[in-house]
Design a protein around this ligand. Structure first.
Ligand code: ASP
Length: 434
Protein backbone atom coordinates (compact mmCIF):
# COMPACT_ATOMS: atom_id res chain seq x y z
CA UNK A 1 0.00 0.00 0.00
CA UNK A 2 1.33 3.44 -0.91
CA UNK A 3 1.99 5.81 1.95
CA UNK A 4 0.21 8.99 0.94
CA UNK A 5 0.36 11.21 3.99
CA UNK A 6 1.24 14.62 2.40
CA UNK A 7 4.70 16.01 3.00
CA UNK A 8 3.54 19.18 4.75
CA UNK A 9 1.51 17.11 7.20
CA UNK A 10 4.55 14.91 7.86
CA UNK A 11 6.72 17.99 8.45
CA UNK A 12 4.11 19.30 10.84
CA UNK A 13 4.02 16.01 12.75
CA UNK A 14 7.85 16.00 12.84
CA UNK A 15 7.85 19.53 14.19
CA UNK A 16 5.37 18.82 17.00
CA UNK A 17 6.95 15.47 17.91
CA UNK A 18 10.49 16.90 18.02
CA UNK A 19 9.49 19.94 20.07
CA UNK A 20 7.34 17.92 22.48
CA UNK A 21 9.96 15.20 23.07
CA UNK A 22 12.61 17.87 23.64
CA UNK A 23 10.45 19.59 26.23
CA UNK A 24 9.63 16.27 27.92
CA UNK A 25 13.32 15.35 28.17
CA UNK A 26 14.09 18.76 29.59
CA UNK A 27 11.28 18.54 32.13
CA UNK A 28 12.24 14.97 33.05
CA UNK A 29 15.48 16.28 34.54
CA UNK A 30 17.60 13.66 32.84
CA UNK A 31 21.26 13.71 33.83
CA UNK A 32 23.06 16.26 31.63
CA UNK A 33 25.27 13.58 30.02
CA UNK A 34 22.27 11.45 29.03
CA UNK A 35 20.54 14.45 27.49
CA UNK A 36 23.68 15.45 25.60
CA UNK A 37 24.09 11.86 24.42
CA UNK A 38 20.56 11.80 23.00
CA UNK A 39 21.14 15.18 21.34
CA UNK A 40 24.45 13.99 19.87
CA UNK A 41 22.73 10.88 18.45
CA UNK A 42 20.01 12.96 16.80
CA UNK A 43 22.28 15.74 15.57
CA UNK A 44 23.38 13.94 12.37
CA UNK A 45 19.75 13.63 11.24
CA UNK A 46 19.20 17.39 11.35
CA UNK A 47 22.69 18.08 10.00
CA UNK A 48 22.34 15.77 7.00
CA UNK A 49 19.08 17.44 6.05
CA UNK A 50 20.72 20.87 6.24
CA UNK A 51 23.84 19.76 4.38
CA UNK A 52 21.68 18.48 1.52
CA UNK A 53 20.30 22.00 1.21
CA UNK A 54 23.71 23.69 1.58
CA UNK A 55 25.13 21.35 -1.05
CA UNK A 56 22.75 22.84 -3.59
CA UNK A 57 23.31 26.54 -2.85
CA UNK A 58 26.10 27.22 -5.38
CA UNK A 59 24.65 25.18 -8.27
CA UNK A 60 21.26 26.77 -7.57
CA UNK A 61 22.49 30.36 -7.55
CA UNK A 62 24.50 29.73 -10.66
CA UNK A 63 21.70 28.12 -12.67
CA UNK A 64 18.63 29.92 -11.28
CA UNK A 65 20.03 33.43 -11.25
CA UNK A 66 21.73 33.16 -14.64
CA UNK A 67 18.56 31.79 -16.22
CA UNK A 68 16.31 34.21 -14.28
CA UNK A 69 18.30 37.24 -15.44
CA UNK A 70 18.57 35.89 -18.99
CA UNK A 71 14.78 35.53 -19.05
CA UNK A 72 14.34 39.07 -17.72
CA UNK A 73 16.82 40.24 -20.35
CA UNK A 74 14.70 38.50 -22.97
CA UNK A 75 11.86 40.70 -21.80
CA UNK A 76 13.49 43.57 -23.65
CA UNK A 77 12.65 41.75 -26.85
CA UNK A 78 9.06 41.44 -25.73
CA UNK A 79 9.33 45.18 -25.30
CA UNK A 80 7.20 47.57 -23.32
CA UNK A 81 5.15 45.01 -21.37
CA UNK A 82 8.31 43.19 -20.36
CA UNK A 83 10.01 46.33 -19.10
CA UNK A 84 6.88 47.41 -17.20
CA UNK A 85 6.63 43.99 -15.54
CA UNK A 86 10.25 44.20 -14.50
CA UNK A 87 9.91 47.75 -13.14
CA UNK A 88 6.71 46.94 -11.22
CA UNK A 89 8.27 43.75 -9.77
CA UNK A 90 11.31 45.55 -8.45
CA UNK A 91 9.23 48.38 -6.98
CA UNK A 92 6.66 46.18 -5.24
CA UNK A 93 9.28 43.70 -3.98
CA UNK A 94 11.35 46.57 -2.59
CA UNK A 95 8.28 47.88 -0.72
CA UNK A 96 7.58 44.42 0.72
CA UNK A 97 11.13 44.06 2.08
CA UNK A 98 10.98 47.53 3.60
CA UNK A 99 7.70 46.70 5.37
CA UNK A 100 9.30 43.54 6.75
CA UNK A 101 12.49 45.08 8.04
CA UNK A 102 10.72 48.10 9.50
CA UNK A 103 8.43 45.80 11.51
CA UNK A 104 11.26 43.60 12.75
CA UNK A 105 13.24 46.68 13.80
CA UNK A 106 10.26 48.14 15.67
CA UNK A 107 9.17 44.97 17.48
CA UNK A 108 12.59 43.28 17.76
CA UNK A 109 11.28 39.74 18.47
CA UNK A 110 14.84 38.35 18.75
CA UNK A 111 15.81 40.61 21.64
CA UNK A 112 13.92 38.57 24.21
CA UNK A 113 16.60 35.90 24.41
CA UNK A 114 18.36 35.50 27.73
CA UNK A 115 22.18 35.54 27.83
CA UNK A 116 22.42 31.85 28.79
CA UNK A 117 20.09 30.78 25.98
CA UNK A 118 22.03 32.93 23.57
CA UNK A 119 25.32 31.31 24.57
CA UNK A 120 23.84 27.80 24.16
CA UNK A 121 22.46 28.76 20.79
CA UNK A 122 25.74 30.18 19.63
CA UNK A 123 27.60 27.08 20.75
CA UNK A 124 25.17 24.97 18.84
CA UNK A 125 25.46 26.86 15.56
CA UNK A 126 28.63 28.83 15.50
CA UNK A 127 31.13 27.70 18.09
CA UNK A 128 30.82 30.79 20.25
CA UNK A 129 29.66 34.35 20.47
CA UNK A 130 33.07 35.80 19.74
CA UNK A 131 33.21 33.97 16.45
CA UNK A 132 29.87 35.31 15.22
CA UNK A 133 30.74 38.75 16.47
CA UNK A 134 34.05 38.60 14.60
CA UNK A 135 32.39 37.45 11.39
CA UNK A 136 29.79 40.18 11.52
CA UNK A 137 32.50 42.69 12.37
CA UNK A 138 34.62 41.51 9.45
CA UNK A 139 31.58 42.05 7.25
CA UNK A 140 30.95 45.45 8.88
CA UNK A 141 34.55 46.57 8.80
CA UNK A 142 34.59 46.63 5.05
CA UNK A 143 34.20 50.13 3.69
CA UNK A 144 31.26 50.22 1.27
CA UNK A 145 33.73 50.83 -1.57
CA UNK A 146 35.67 47.73 -0.60
CA UNK A 147 32.58 45.61 -0.45
CA UNK A 148 31.45 46.79 -3.86
CA UNK A 149 34.89 46.03 -5.32
CA UNK A 150 34.90 42.54 -3.85
CA UNK A 151 31.51 41.74 -5.25
CA UNK A 152 33.25 41.64 -8.62
CA UNK A 153 35.14 38.34 -8.33
CA UNK A 154 38.77 38.16 -9.39
CA UNK A 155 38.66 34.42 -9.20
CA UNK A 156 35.05 33.21 -9.11
CA UNK A 157 36.10 29.63 -8.38
CA UNK A 158 37.79 30.76 -5.18
CA UNK A 159 34.59 32.58 -4.19
CA UNK A 160 32.59 29.41 -4.80
CA UNK A 161 34.99 27.17 -2.88
CA UNK A 162 35.25 29.50 0.11
CA UNK A 163 31.65 30.74 0.03
CA UNK A 164 30.82 29.08 3.37
CA UNK A 165 34.05 29.96 5.09
CA UNK A 166 33.22 32.71 7.64
CA UNK A 167 36.82 33.88 7.78
CA UNK A 168 36.94 34.52 4.04
CA UNK A 169 37.05 38.22 3.31
CA UNK A 170 36.42 38.03 -0.44
CA UNK A 171 33.04 38.51 -2.09
CA UNK A 172 31.87 34.92 -1.42
CA UNK A 173 28.26 34.27 -2.30
CA UNK A 174 27.75 37.88 -3.36
CA UNK A 175 30.52 37.44 -5.93
CA UNK A 176 28.92 34.22 -7.17
CA UNK A 177 25.65 36.14 -7.54
CA UNK A 178 27.44 38.88 -9.46
CA UNK A 179 28.99 36.34 -11.82
CA UNK A 180 25.56 34.77 -12.39
CA UNK A 181 23.88 38.13 -13.06
CA UNK A 182 26.60 39.06 -15.58
CA UNK A 183 26.33 35.69 -17.29
CA UNK A 184 22.54 36.08 -17.44
CA UNK A 185 22.84 39.53 -19.05
CA UNK A 186 25.39 38.26 -21.55
CA UNK A 187 23.35 35.15 -22.27
CA UNK A 188 20.28 37.19 -23.13
CA UNK A 189 22.17 39.31 -25.64
CA UNK A 190 24.47 36.68 -27.18
CA UNK A 191 23.75 34.82 -30.41
CA UNK A 192 21.14 32.18 -29.46
CA UNK A 193 22.54 29.64 -31.94
CA UNK A 194 25.87 29.68 -30.19
CA UNK A 195 24.59 29.76 -26.60
CA UNK A 196 21.71 27.33 -26.90
CA UNK A 197 23.77 24.38 -25.58
CA UNK A 198 24.90 26.37 -22.55
CA UNK A 199 21.35 27.49 -21.82
CA UNK A 200 20.18 23.88 -22.08
CA UNK A 201 22.99 22.88 -19.70
CA UNK A 202 21.83 25.47 -17.16
CA UNK A 203 18.22 24.35 -17.54
CA UNK A 204 19.35 20.77 -16.97
CA UNK A 205 21.40 21.75 -13.93
CA UNK A 206 18.45 23.68 -12.53
CA UNK A 207 16.14 20.67 -12.98
CA UNK A 208 18.62 18.42 -11.21
CA UNK A 209 19.06 20.87 -8.33
CA UNK A 210 15.29 21.03 -7.93
CA UNK A 211 15.08 17.23 -7.85
CA UNK A 212 17.76 17.03 -5.15
CA UNK A 213 16.05 19.73 -3.09
CA UNK A 214 12.94 17.55 -3.46
CA UNK A 215 14.89 14.59 -2.02
CA UNK A 216 16.11 16.77 0.83
CA UNK A 217 12.54 17.79 1.51
CA UNK A 218 11.63 14.12 1.95
CA UNK A 219 14.09 14.11 4.83
CA UNK A 220 12.54 17.29 6.21
CA UNK A 221 10.08 15.65 8.66
CA UNK A 222 12.96 13.82 10.37
CA UNK A 223 15.36 16.75 10.06
CA UNK A 224 12.81 19.14 11.54
CA UNK A 225 12.01 16.72 14.38
CA UNK A 226 15.71 16.36 15.25
CA UNK A 227 16.36 20.11 15.02
CA UNK A 228 13.41 21.02 17.18
CA UNK A 229 14.29 18.35 19.69
CA UNK A 230 17.77 19.86 20.10
CA UNK A 231 16.31 23.31 20.38
CA UNK A 232 13.67 22.65 23.02
CA UNK A 233 15.76 20.14 24.99
CA UNK A 234 18.48 22.77 25.27
CA UNK A 235 16.43 25.91 25.61
CA UNK A 236 12.95 24.95 26.83
CA UNK A 237 9.77 26.97 26.30
CA UNK A 238 11.48 30.34 26.07
CA UNK A 239 12.75 29.74 22.58
CA UNK A 240 9.37 28.48 21.37
CA UNK A 241 7.74 31.68 22.57
CA UNK A 242 10.32 33.75 20.74
CA UNK A 243 9.80 31.79 17.54
CA UNK A 244 6.06 32.24 17.97
CA UNK A 245 6.58 36.01 18.18
CA UNK A 246 8.66 35.90 15.01
CA UNK A 247 6.02 33.83 13.19
CA UNK A 248 3.25 36.25 14.22
CA UNK A 249 5.37 39.19 13.08
CA UNK A 250 5.97 37.64 9.66
CA UNK A 251 2.26 36.86 9.30
CA UNK A 252 1.24 40.41 10.25
CA UNK A 253 3.79 41.93 7.84
CA UNK A 254 2.57 39.62 5.07
CA UNK A 255 -1.03 40.66 5.80
CA UNK A 256 -0.11 44.37 5.64
CA UNK A 257 1.48 43.90 2.23
CA UNK A 258 -1.29 41.60 1.01
CA UNK A 259 -4.21 43.81 1.98
CA UNK A 260 -2.52 47.24 2.29
CA UNK A 261 0.06 47.60 -0.47
CA UNK A 262 -1.79 45.42 -2.97
CA UNK A 263 -5.10 47.21 -2.38
CA UNK A 264 -3.41 50.55 -3.05
CA UNK A 265 -1.63 49.20 -6.13
CA UNK A 266 -4.80 47.64 -7.55
CA UNK A 267 -6.84 50.78 -6.78
CA UNK A 268 -4.48 53.54 -7.89
CA UNK A 269 -2.24 51.84 -10.43
CA UNK A 270 -4.69 49.23 -11.69
CA UNK A 271 -7.95 51.21 -11.50
CA UNK A 272 -9.81 48.23 -9.97
CA UNK A 273 -11.86 48.04 -6.79
CA UNK A 274 -9.76 46.08 -4.25
CA UNK A 275 -12.84 44.38 -2.78
CA UNK A 276 -13.83 43.11 -6.22
CA UNK A 277 -10.22 42.04 -6.76
CA UNK A 278 -9.85 40.03 -3.56
CA UNK A 279 -13.33 38.51 -3.81
CA UNK A 280 -12.53 37.12 -7.23
CA UNK A 281 -9.07 35.78 -6.52
CA UNK A 282 -10.07 33.99 -3.27
CA UNK A 283 -9.74 30.55 -4.75
CA UNK A 284 -6.26 31.20 -6.17
CA UNK A 285 -5.19 32.44 -2.75
CA UNK A 286 -6.42 29.15 -1.30
CA UNK A 287 -4.62 27.12 -3.99
CA UNK A 288 -1.39 28.99 -3.28
CA UNK A 289 -1.81 28.43 0.45
CA UNK A 290 -2.53 24.73 0.07
CA UNK A 291 0.19 23.94 -2.50
CA UNK A 292 2.89 26.31 -1.18
CA UNK A 293 3.99 26.69 -4.76
CA UNK A 294 3.65 29.61 -7.18
CA UNK A 295 4.35 27.29 -10.08
CA UNK A 296 1.63 24.85 -9.10
CA UNK A 297 -0.83 27.75 -8.69
CA UNK A 298 -0.04 29.22 -12.11
CA UNK A 299 -2.79 27.52 -14.19
CA UNK A 300 -5.44 28.52 -11.66
CA UNK A 301 -4.04 32.06 -11.43
CA UNK A 302 -4.21 32.50 -15.22
CA UNK A 303 -7.75 31.13 -15.39
CA UNK A 304 -9.08 33.41 -12.65
CA UNK A 305 -7.26 36.49 -13.98
CA UNK A 306 -8.70 35.99 -17.45
CA UNK A 307 -12.19 34.77 -16.59
CA UNK A 308 -13.01 36.71 -13.46
CA UNK A 309 -10.87 39.83 -13.61
CA UNK A 310 -11.31 40.07 -17.40
CA UNK A 311 -7.65 40.73 -18.11
CA UNK A 312 -6.74 39.88 -21.74
CA UNK A 313 -5.19 36.43 -22.06
CA UNK A 314 -1.94 37.67 -23.68
CA UNK A 315 -1.20 39.95 -20.73
CA UNK A 316 -2.22 37.38 -18.08
CA UNK A 317 -0.21 34.58 -19.70
CA UNK A 318 2.93 36.61 -20.00
CA UNK A 319 2.90 38.55 -16.73
CA UNK A 320 1.83 35.62 -14.54
CA UNK A 321 4.28 33.17 -16.07
CA UNK A 322 7.24 35.51 -15.63
CA UNK A 323 5.95 36.56 -12.20
CA UNK A 324 5.62 33.01 -10.90
CA UNK A 325 9.40 32.72 -10.89
CA UNK A 326 10.69 36.27 -10.84
CA UNK A 327 8.22 38.23 -8.68
CA UNK A 328 8.25 36.75 -5.18
CA UNK A 329 7.19 39.55 -2.82
CA UNK A 330 6.20 37.33 0.08
CA UNK A 331 9.49 35.46 -0.07
CA UNK A 332 11.54 38.66 -0.16
CA UNK A 333 9.62 40.12 2.80
CA UNK A 334 10.14 36.93 4.79
CA UNK A 335 13.86 36.83 4.02
CA UNK A 336 14.38 40.41 5.16
CA UNK A 337 12.59 39.77 8.48
CA UNK A 338 14.36 36.47 9.08
CA UNK A 339 17.89 37.82 8.63
CA UNK A 340 17.29 40.69 11.04
CA UNK A 341 15.51 38.43 13.52
CA UNK A 342 18.40 35.96 13.60
CA UNK A 343 20.87 38.83 13.95
CA UNK A 344 18.85 39.99 16.99
CA UNK A 345 18.90 36.46 18.43
CA UNK A 346 22.69 36.43 18.18
CA UNK A 347 22.86 39.86 19.75
CA UNK A 348 24.49 41.57 16.77
CA UNK A 349 23.39 44.85 15.26
CA UNK A 350 23.67 45.29 11.54
CA UNK A 351 24.96 48.57 10.14
CA UNK A 352 22.98 50.60 7.65
CA UNK A 353 25.16 49.30 4.79
CA UNK A 354 24.43 45.74 5.90
CA UNK A 355 20.72 46.43 6.10
CA UNK A 356 20.83 47.83 2.58
CA UNK A 357 22.70 44.67 1.53
CA UNK A 358 19.88 42.64 3.07
CA UNK A 359 17.26 44.59 1.08
CA UNK A 360 19.14 44.22 -2.21
CA UNK A 361 19.92 40.55 -1.60
CA UNK A 362 16.31 39.81 -0.62
CA UNK A 363 15.04 41.42 -3.83
CA UNK A 364 17.59 39.39 -5.83
CA UNK A 365 16.68 36.27 -3.88
CA UNK A 366 13.05 36.94 -4.85
CA UNK A 367 14.11 36.77 -8.51
CA UNK A 368 16.18 33.62 -8.01
CA UNK A 369 13.73 31.69 -5.81
CA UNK A 370 11.99 28.77 -7.45
CA UNK A 371 8.22 28.76 -7.11
CA UNK A 372 8.18 25.42 -5.26
CA UNK A 373 7.66 24.55 -1.58
CA UNK A 374 10.71 25.59 0.42
CA UNK A 375 12.27 27.11 -2.73
CA UNK A 376 13.68 30.06 -0.80
CA UNK A 377 15.64 28.00 1.71
CA UNK A 378 19.00 27.82 -0.12
CA UNK A 379 18.87 31.52 -0.96
CA UNK A 380 17.97 32.36 2.61
CA UNK A 381 21.29 30.83 3.63
CA UNK A 382 22.98 33.07 1.06
CA UNK A 383 21.42 36.26 2.42
CA UNK A 384 22.33 35.28 6.00
CA UNK A 385 25.94 34.58 5.18
CA UNK A 386 26.36 37.79 3.21
CA UNK A 387 26.10 39.75 6.47
CA UNK A 388 28.14 37.32 8.56
CA UNK A 389 25.37 35.34 10.28
CA UNK A 390 25.97 31.55 10.36
CA UNK A 391 23.92 29.79 7.69
CA UNK A 392 23.20 26.95 10.14
CA UNK A 393 21.17 29.30 12.31
CA UNK A 394 18.32 28.84 9.86
CA UNK A 395 17.53 25.71 11.88
CA UNK A 396 16.18 27.98 14.58
CA UNK A 397 13.25 29.00 12.43
CA UNK A 398 13.02 26.09 10.03
CA UNK A 399 10.63 24.15 12.23
CA UNK A 400 8.03 26.84 11.71
CA UNK A 401 8.75 27.32 8.04
CA UNK A 402 5.90 25.37 6.56
CA UNK A 403 3.14 27.69 7.72
CA UNK A 404 5.20 30.70 6.64
CA UNK A 405 5.89 29.10 3.27
CA UNK A 406 2.17 28.56 2.69
CA UNK A 407 1.43 32.15 3.67
CA UNK A 408 4.21 33.83 1.69
CA UNK A 409 3.22 31.86 -1.41
CA UNK A 410 -0.22 33.51 -1.21
CA UNK A 411 1.55 36.88 -1.54
CA UNK A 412 3.82 35.67 -4.29
CA UNK A 413 0.82 34.67 -6.38
CA UNK A 414 -1.36 37.66 -5.47
CA UNK A 415 1.57 39.95 -6.34
CA UNK A 416 1.70 38.46 -9.84
CA UNK A 417 -2.02 39.01 -10.35
CA UNK A 418 -1.76 42.64 -9.18
CA UNK A 419 1.05 43.06 -11.73
CA UNK A 420 -1.26 41.80 -14.49
CA UNK A 421 -3.98 44.26 -13.38
CA UNK A 422 -1.57 47.21 -13.23
CA UNK A 423 0.06 46.42 -16.57
CA UNK A 424 -3.29 45.91 -18.24
CA UNK A 425 -4.43 49.37 -17.11
CA UNK A 426 -1.24 51.05 -18.30
CA UNK A 427 -1.48 49.28 -21.65
CA UNK A 428 -5.04 50.55 -22.09
CA UNK A 429 -3.86 54.05 -21.27
CA UNK A 430 -1.03 53.71 -23.77
CA UNK A 431 -3.36 52.48 -26.48
CA UNK A 432 -5.80 55.29 -25.78
CA UNK A 433 -3.13 57.93 -26.29
CA UNK A 434 -3.46 59.77 -29.61
N1 ASP B 1 7.06 28.39 -1.84
C1 ASP B 1 7.32 29.68 -2.42
C2 ASP B 1 6.62 29.79 -3.76
O1 ASP B 1 6.41 28.82 -4.44
C3 ASP B 1 8.79 29.97 -2.54
C4 ASP B 1 9.43 30.11 -1.16
O2 ASP B 1 9.36 31.21 -0.61
O3 ASP B 1 9.98 29.14 -0.63
O4 ASP B 1 6.25 30.86 -4.17
Amino acid sequence: MRFSFPLHARIFVGMITGAALGLICRQADLPAETLQFIIACLKPVGDIFLRMIFMMVIPLIFSALTLGVAELGDLRRIGRIGMKTLGYSILITGISVLIGITMVEIFRPGDGMSETDRTTLLQQYAGNYQKVKENVTVAQAQAPGDLITKIVPRNPLEDMVRAFDPTYTGGGLLAVMFLSVMMGIALSSADPDKTQTFRKFLEGLYEIVMKIIGYAMQLAPFGVAALLFQLTANLGYGVLLMILKYVILVLVALAIHQFGTYSLAVRFLGGMNPIFFFKNIREVMLTAFATSSSNASLPDAIRVTVEKLKIPREIANFVLTVGSTANQNGTALYEGITVLFLAQCFGVDLTLTQQITVVVMSVLAGIGTAGVPGGSLPLMVTVLMSVGIPGESITLIYGADRILDMSRTVLNVTGDITAAVVINRSEKATLAEP
